[in-house]
Design a protein around this ligand. Sequence first.
Ligand code: FES
Length: 180
Amino acid sequence: MNKDTEQNCESCGKGKAGMNRRGFLEKLTFFLGGLSALIIGIPVLGALLEPWLTKKVPVWRSVGRVTDFELGKTVLVKFRDSETAPWEKGIGFTASWLRRDSENCFTAFAINCAHLGCPVRWDADSELFLCPCHGGVYYKNGEVAAGPPPKGLTKYKVRLSGEKVEILTGGVPITTLSDG
Ligand code: FES
């Protein structure tokens, strides 16, 4: 009887120790799991919320000297996006189709189609901008000629700063739900 009681007590004692160890390991697992989720989740959350939390400020970007551009020609120019984060140094580039209309007058068209943002291509022979995604076509002045784009190509502001041609960068100009 005494032996049984001892055995029960021992097993009780062992059980408690086992429970304590198990409880500790459970808590440790929860803690480490939570910590991992936090470490992974913060950058993801930051990336998701960043567009709503930071105000994008348009920036003037130089795309070359005035003399680099031939009168009447439409050429592709590359420049750093205004929305580039510091860690995107080598990759945060965008582009524009730039035309020198006259001696000191330039027009810069967004390369992004106004439908869903695919990059449009300038076809010098037909003098049309063509979108490869769904067949959107734009006239030389950026207005819609055919296809699904609901509006013409977005134009960037252009200015001359001394000898340099500068484009005012902004967000990627694609159609949003609020555009209807
Ligand atoms: S993205 Fe250009 S037509 Fe659809």
